[in-house]
Design a protein around this ligand. Structure first.
Ligand SMILES: Nc1nc2c(c(=O)[nH]1)N[C@H]1C(S)=C(S)[C@@H](COP(=O)(O)OP(=O)(O)OC[C@H]3O[C@@H](n4cnc5c(=O)[nH]c(N)nc54)[C@H](O)[C@@H]3O)O[C@H]1N2
Ligand SMILES: Nc1nc2c(c(=O)[nH]1)N[C@H]1C(S)=C(S)[C@@H](COP(=O)(O)OP(=O)(O)OC[C@H]3O[C@@H](n4cnc5c(=O)[nH]c(N)nc54)[C@H](O)[C@@H]3O)O[C@H]1N2
Ligand code: SF4
Ligand SMILES: [Mo]
Length: 732
């Protein structure tokens, strides 16, 4: 007898007519999947496939990677440079020289009139490392503004700051291969299956081969929490209390690795003293996690032969983001879980090249983990670039989150946005809008002309995107991998590298310095600049001197450090227990938790939590136009607890207004038990939505906004009016 399928029409995959495949690394998230882009006979990029022998993804891609070829010719791409006067009238299409001349002359005018730092540059985690390095050279060595930062302040700043405070240097010490060795994995504020699907697949594969406990700390019952062995639904903003309490139990029950602490750490006594106050009974009241569960988790973690922690924005985007990271590092140091297979503190990075900017862009200092505060480093880089070291500031300038207030106060008059969209992605966007209105001059450099922040631009530079360009990305596990120019840039768009080089030529200093034309030449410069000595007298960890483009391609990406003469890269940092502080020891940090968030109260009774969904990337300049992404998540919505919705008379799919002390936004209700009774969760991908409402108090160390903790109330709205507004706002 014949059943089912054989009677149905078979699924037919359309033959896309691929005649050639070219190599690239995915341009969305920091997982760093290696792929090939398929070209048809006319040279159009028509599809992608995972690279089977790539160590990161072994042929896998997620929904964004699979559909990525579509972003190259998506609607809204910028095709020509644009200019307009200050009343934001019609854009005029202009040639590149006019747009570049205008920008250089406006920057010079503003700097002469108001001082060098009155021009601010805010960049990204999404251009190529060679481009970052070049932008840094231009910003630090030619334009000479100290108000130069990136959107990584919204993203990885707390991880960077925490790594520096604990280990003496930035740089995630672990790697994905640790999943194959660990005996316990604890994840803080990370929804891995949706945000890093291929890392999650690596974890799941490892766990299927060899069962080990996975513990997920997240206020929501995320997909990751559903998959976990233990879920700790923590009260928002209280991870440091949990971490201090875990340390309390570990010390109190004699589970700490005392040898490791004695040999490799400072600060043990202060930490021991402080965490005495964080007994599980007290911590349970603050974190909402049962005291026995805290003890249980501490024992499982400390007794595992090797245990590792991963974390993402639930930790970083908090008023104690940096402390939370140091708390995780403390946990791993006191259990001897740094630098060993399966034992590590691995921050899961965000954007495709958030690592590249940390390493090479000079945003927070000078290239290759050098610091502006260090006279030796200023001299070294100055000589290498041909810049008088006295031209460099002696400490870093404003962070992205302080640049916008400085525009408000009139300190900053001109702004250059490179591949970032703050009008949608910053907290409290009403305030950002007002700041942008105050600028005397604004230039937006983006691959998509419909990026919302361009509403306030006087000049628009249409950039080429991703695999239209040549260079490298670095992923979460320090793996440098290649992006090759798969197709020609669209229309009159230009690679960011070209734009930086052309702008540099418009300054006398830029003409005397070297600004190489090709990515390969820039990579050679970075290679030459990378070796050096760390504060401990040992070689600095960020060293690419053994890499070249051929090796990067043939090995499908290589993890730094790879020193001159090495055959390949290095899987783990700190395997010898020598850290990047002068005495080589890591720091255990005693950190008190402060209750300083906006919290629900009688006027604003819900926690506002925000984040992402699998189908969309950030402000949707790309995924909003990819059918197979957008159709699964077409509308701005909130998760609301079913019981809370019932009490408020809110129906499934009804539009609701979110109101905070800052503003309001209308979203569609999705009734679910995924969020607790007093919380709503809203993806941040949509324009004029959750960031009109969010607060974004800043972490004192990293200046990263606490996007995940604010308070709102819910109001009824006219459904027809809301539907109309929704259609208008989300045109594509
Ligand atoms: N599909 C997709 N993937 C992406 C991105 C994307 O836009 N779309 N963006 C990339 C980028 S740049 C980044 S930074 C990463 C972000 O990746 P993730 O950080 O994994 O994503 P988020 O959804 O922002 O937040 C993760 C979780 O933090 C939880 N959380 C909120 N408050 C707290 C808290 O106080 N404590 C704890 N422990 N958890 C809390 C939230 O409930 C949420 O489930 O994703 C990357 N990957
Ligand atoms: N409420 C809330 N807000 C958040 C977050 C949250 O969890 N909740 N998360 C924060 C985080 S972690 C992040 S990383 C930020 C992201 O915030 P943004 O960086 O502002 O958002 P993106 O949409 O990624 O903006 C990147 C821009 O670069 C452009 N682009 C892409 N590739 C190229 C290129 O090669 N060249 C050029 N010139 N342009 C290019 C894209 O078109 C896009 O407009 O959002 C933050 N905002
Ligand atoms: S997991 Fe990240 S890097 Fe891999 S295909 Fe998906 S978006 Fe791209
Ligand atoms: Mo991010």
């Amino acid at each position: 007898m014949l059943f089912g399928r054989r009677k149905k029409n078979p699924i037919i995959l359309r033959d896309k007519g691929v005649v050639e495949w070219k190599y690239a690394t995915c341009g969305y998230c920091s997982t760093g999947c290696a792929m090939e882009v398929g070209l048809d006979a006319a040279g159009n990029a028509v599809t992608t496939r995972g690279v089977a022998d790539a160590p990161v993804n072994l042929g896998k891609l997620c929904i964004k990677g699979i559909t990525e070829a579509e972003i190259l010719r998506a609607p809204g791409r910028g095709t020509d440079p644009l200019m307009r006067n200050h009343s934001y009238e019609q854009w005029q299409t202009v040639d590149w020289d006019s747009a570049l001349d205008k920008t250089a002359s406006e920057f010079k005018r503003v700097q002469e009139r108001y001082g060098r730092d009155a021009v601010a540059i805010v960049s990204t985690g999404q251009i190529l490392t060679e481009e970052f390095y070049t932008l840094g050279k231009l910003a630090r060595g030619v334009i000479g503004t100290n108000n130069y930062d990136g959107n990584t302040t919204l993203c990885m700043a707390s991880a960077v700051s925490g790594y520096k405070r604990s280990f003496g240097s930035d740089g995630p010490p672990g790697c994905y291969d640790d999943f194959s060795h660990t005996e316990c994995l604890m994840a803080f504020g990370s929804n891995l299956p949706e945000q890093h699907p291929v890392i999650y697949w690596r974890l799941k594969e490892a766990q299927e081969k060899r069962k080990f406990p996975v513990i997920v700390v997240d206020p929501r019952v995320t997909m990751f929490a559903q998959f976990a062995d233990i879920h700790l639904p923590i009260t928002p903003g209280t991870d440091l209390v949990l971490l201090n309490s875990l340390a309390h139990v570990i010390f109190a029950e004699g589970l700490a690795d005392e040898d490791y602490i004695a040999q490799h750490c400072n600060g043990g006594e202060d930490l021991r003293e402080l965490v005495k106050r964080y007994d599980p009974a007290t911590a349970a009241k603050i974190t909402g996690i049962d005291e026995d569960m805290i003890r249980n988790v501490a024992r499982i973690y400390a007794r595992a032969g090797a245990a590792m922690s991963i974390w993402t924005m639930g930790i970083n985007q908090s008023t104690h983001g940096s402390d939370g990271v140091c708390g995780i590092n403390n946990l791993n140091l006191i259990t001897g879980n740094i630098g060993k297979p399966g034992g590590t503190s691995l921050s899961i990075t965000g954007q495709c090249n958030a690592m590249g900017t940390r390493e090479w862009s000079s945003c927070s200092g000078l290239p290759g983990y050098r610091a502006l505060e260090n006279a030796e480093h200023r001299k070294e880089v100055g000589e290498f670039w041909g810049v008088d070291p006295a031209f460099f500031p002696e400490k870093r300038g404003l962070f992205m989150t302080d640049i916008f207030p400085a525009i408000e106060s009139g300190e900053i008059k001109a702004l250059w946005l490179v591949a970032t969209n703050p009008l949608t992605s910053m907290p409290n966007t009403t305030r950002i809008r007002k700041a942008l209105e105050k600028l005397e001059f604004c230039v937006v450099q983006d691959a998509y002309a419909d990026v919302e922040s361009a509403q306030y631009a006087n000049v628009f530079f249409p950039a080429s995107v991703w695999a239209e360009k040549d260079g490298c990305f670095t992923n979460t596990e320090r793996r440098v991998n290649r992006v090759t120019p798969v197709t020609a840039p669209l229309a009159n768009s230009k690679p960011d590298l070209w734009i930086f080089n052309q702008l540099a030529k418009r300054w006398e200093q830029g003409r005397t310095m070297k600004f190489p034309d090709t990515a390969a030449q820039v990579f050679e410069e970075m290679r030459a600049l990378s070796p050096g000595t760390g504060a401990n007298g040992e070689p600095r960890i960020l060293d690419l001197s053994g890499m070249d483009y051929d090796k990067l391609l043939s090995q499908r990406g290589i993890q730094w450090p790879m020193r001159e003469g090495d055959e390949t890269g290095t899987a783990r940092l700190y395997t010898d227990g020598v850290f990047q502080f002068a005495d080589g020891k890591a720091k255990l940090l005693a950190m008190e938790w402060r209750d300083n968030n906006e919290k629900p109260d009688s006027d604003f009774p819900f926690w506002l939590n925000s984040g992402r969904v699998v189908e969309h990337f950030h402000t949707r300049t790309k995924t909003g136009k990819v059918g197979n992404c957008n159709k699964y998540s077409p509308t701005a919505y909130m998760e609301i607890n079913t019981d809370a919705a019932r009490e408020l008379g809110i129906e499934q799919m009804e539009y609701v207004r979110l109101v905070s002390r800052r503003g309001d936004a209308v979203v569609m209700a999705q009734l679910t038990q995924r969020v607790p009774y007093n919380m709503v969760f809203v993806p941040f991908h949509f324009f004029d939505c959750v960031n009109r409402v969010s607060l974004g108090l800043l972490d004192p160390h990293s200046r990263q906004p606490a996007f995940k903790q604010a308070a709102v109330r819910l109001e009824k709205v006219d459904q027809l009016e809301a539907a109309r507004l929704n259609r208008e706002l989300r045109a594509y």
